[in-house]
Design a binder for this molecule. Structure first.
Ligand code: SF4
Ligand code: SF4
Ligand code: FES
Length: 230
């Protein structure tokens, strides 16, 4: 468990000793200690997946994936940043314009990701996912051997909070790229289904020049406009 914010935690990050207040994230701790960590950092909000790390906590034998921008430091923690470019990946090329009929979607997915049917259900992708997504289930729903159990739409929903950190791909012994399979099913779902009605309404407002953007910049007042018209 992390200590209170006033305590100083000592941890090892990529072999370097780092000291930082215990309310700092791993990335903040690296900066606090004077190191110039500028690669593998993006949004700082747990969204982009750039800052993936492996973490072993004091007294534990297991190593777990995490995001360095949102994981608080702990005394005795050992951290390794995981680089993105050291696994050869198969590129999956596709054009959404090639498929206009949703009846063909299941076959299309199998043709573009044939290796996904070789999933051995080892759970490696689930263990690797710092978002706690049901990756193995989503792979089965998108492209499993059992055709009657397939449900690409549901698979797309399971991948909705994927941040494309690639950890599931690295963990997979069958060289399946679960997150890229997930991206395809999400894209197919979006391109083949009706658009959300609130999006349609918003686009129509923009087309008519009626769209208004509201900025929350303090207490509203009748003589200080808080809205811009577009
Ligand atoms: S599904 Fe894969 S790429 Fe997406 S967040 Fe989980 S581990 Fe990262
Ligand atoms: S890691 Fe690969 S083989 Fe294992 S369950 Fe996930 S997709 Fe299937
Ligand atoms: S910097 Fe984007 S997820 Fe951590």
């Amino acid at each position: 468990m992390a200590a209170s914010g006033t305590e100083i935690a000592t941890l090892i990050v990529d072999g370097r000793e780092v000291k930082a207040p215990a309310d700092h994230s791993i990335i903040e701790a690296v900066w606090h200690s004077g190191h110039a960590q500028i690669e593998q950092i993006g949004c700082m909000q747990g969204v982009c997946g750039s800052c993936r790390v492996l973490v072993r906590r004091k007294g534990e034998n297991t190593v777990n994936p995490a995001l360095a921008c949102e994981t608080l430091v702990e005394d005795g923690m050992r951290v390794s940043f995981i680089h993105h470019d050291d696994k050869a990946r198969v590129d999956h090329h596709y054009r959404l314009s090639e498929i206009t009929n949703s009846w063909d979607a299941v076959n299309y997915i199998d043709e573009r990701f044939p290796e996904a049917t070789d999933c051995r259900h080892c759970g490696g992708c689930d263990s690797a996912c710092p978002r706690g997504l049901q990756v193995e289930l989503a792979v089965s729903l998108a492209s499993g051997r059992d055709t009657r159990a397939k449900d690409p739409v549901q698979a797309g929903k399971l991948f909705e909070e994927c941040i494309m950190c690639d950890l599931c791909t690295r963990a997979c012994p069958e060289d399946i790229d679960p997150n890229h399979l997930g991206l395809l099913v999400r894209r197919l779902s979006a391109s083949l289904l009706l658009r959300p009605v609130n999006l349609l309404t918003r686009l129509e407002e923009i087309r008519k020049g009626e769209a208004r953007i509201e900025y929350d910049s303090g207490p509203a007042s009748s003589d200080s406009p808080e809205q811009l018209e577009h």
